[in-house]
Design a protein around this ligand. Sequence first.
Ligand code: HEC
Length: 168
Amino acid sequence: MFTLFFFIFSLNAQTLKLEAMPLVEELKVSLMGNLKKELAHGSVHAIEFCQLNAQTLTQAKAKKYHIQRTSHRLRNPKNSAPELKSYLDKFAGTQKGALPMDVPVMFKDKEGKENWIAPIYTDVMCLQCHGEHIAKETQAALKVKYPQDQAIGFKKGEFRGFFWIKEK
Ligand code: HEC
C-alpha cells in the first residue's frame, strides 16, 4: 500500500516536472526578452511588459496547471498567494545564494496536490521599476496603476518572489 502511494506521488511530481516546468521556462524567456526590448524605449513605456505571457498561461490551464508569480511585497494584489506565506516569510529579504534551499522546491499541499515554487531574484534591469531609485515619471505611472504598490526598494540580487505551479 505504502509503495503504491509513493509510486503515485512520484508519478504526479514527475508529470508536473515534464509538463509544467518547460512552460515556466518559456514564460521566463519571453518575460525577460519582452522587458529588455521594451525598456529600450524607457521604463514608463515598459510598465505593461512585466506580465506573464497570456498564451502560455492558457496552455498551462489546458494541461490542468495553475501558474503565477507572487511576492511578499506585491505590486498587483491580484498576484497574492496566501498559501505560500511560510515560504515567502523564509525568503523575504534574502540575497541570491544565501539560503540552502535556494533552488526550486516541490511540496504537496493539504489537498494532496503537487506544488512547485522557484525563487525569483532581481537583477539590475528590474531595479528601474522595483529598486530604491526609480525615475520620477516611472514612479508616477506606477502609482496610477498600482495605488497599493509595495514592490519598490529592492536591492540587486534580492529575493523578489516566486514562480509557482500548482496541479489543479
Ligand atoms: C518597466 C517596469 C518593470 C520592470 C523593469 C520590471 N518589473 Fe516586475 N512588475 C512591474 C509591474 C507593472 C508589475 C505588476 C504586473 C501585474 O499587474 O501583474 C510587476 C510585477 C512583478 C512581479 C509579480 C508580483 C507582484 O509584485 O505583483 C514580479 C515577481 C516581478 N515583477 C519581478 C520582476 C523582476 C525579477 C524583474 C527584472 C527581471 C522585473 N520585475 C522588472 C514592472 C516592472
